[in-house]
Design a protein around this ligand. Structure first.
Ligand code: ZN
Length: 263
């Protein structure tokens, strides 16, 4: 910005547009920054509005310093060197964002996209369980349709429900991983982590796929009972899980195949 252009330059919204009375009250020959002796340019009586705008303008410009005779230059504020880089611009878009625990694990795991999307909603607590529907005033009853004992919260449905625990036990036993069974009331990601921690690398990846597969089938069984009135036994659900696990292996889930061979 050239000297004298402070009020009319559009670098931080034109002061002439933002504060017309204050602008008119400033000197006609040299309009300068109010924090840099520009107040001397104001002549004549000022209206109350002009005084208020002057004070607001002063507050906005507290961190601005101008040097007489030195032209302004555009600086990139997102790097220490103040030089633009595509990386810093990309990072800027994610300022203030929060990371979902397990997000990386979720997207790296071999599963069909629809299962990943389902797990994404689970980890964000966004699945429409009856407990959530009741919380939103959409229905009165929030009882778990699998056990008929507790509110159907997503973590109850997928992890803590007695029926879900039986299915977890059956599935993990079938692939020789019964020692990874978690009989605790941890959250979804903590349970997933507890199941995979300590396993060899390939078995870990297999467990990741298996975790999402079992959760997916528990959700499907819940939907079948809720919307179609059809209930399957624990043995039937476990058989379906193993059938789909074989299908996933045939479709390319190599790591899952490493534990399926233990059947
Ligand atoms: Zn239940």
């Amino acid at each position: 910005m050239a000297p004298g252009e402070f009020h009319s330059n559009n670098w931080r919204q034109s002061c002439a547009e933002q504060c017309p009375p204050e602008y008119e009250g400033s000197g006609q020959s040299s309009r300068r920054c109010p924090t840099n002796n520009g107040s001397r340019d104001i002549t004549g009586p000022l209206s109350v509005l002009a005084i208020v705008q002057y004070i607001l303008l002063w507050e906005r410009l507290q961190d601005v310093s101008t040097t007489r005779g030195v032209a302004d230059q555009i600086c990139w504020r997102w790097t220490f060197s103040q030089m633009y880089s595509a990386k810093s611009a990309y990072n800027m878009f994610f300022c203030g964002s929060t990371r979902l625990p397990g997000a990386d694990l979720l997207w790296k795991t071999w599963t069909p996209p629809r299962v990943k999307l389902f797990m994404y909603t689970v980890m964000h607590q966004r699945t429409w369980t009856v407990e959530r529907r009741k919380r939103h005033g959409l229905q009165d009853n929030d009882t778990c349709i699998l056990c008929n004992q507790s509110p159907e919260h997503i973590e109850h449905l997928l992890l803590h429900c007695p029926i879900a625990k039986k299915i977890w036990w059956e599935t993990l036993s079938a692939v020789g991983l019964s020692s990874r069974f978690v009989n605790d009331t941890l959250g979804t990601f903590d349970t997933w982590t507890a199941m995979r921690t300590g396993l060899p690398k390939q078995a870990k990846k297999a467990m990741d796929s298996l975790f999402m597969l079992v959760a997916w089938h528990l959700w499907k069984e819940r939907n079948s009972r809720t919307f179609n009135g059809k209930a399957a036994s624990v043995a039937e659900i476990s058989d379906r899980i193993m059938d789909e696990a074989r299908a996933w292996v045939a479709a390319g889930a190599k790591n899952l195949g490493s534990v399926m061979s233990r059947e």
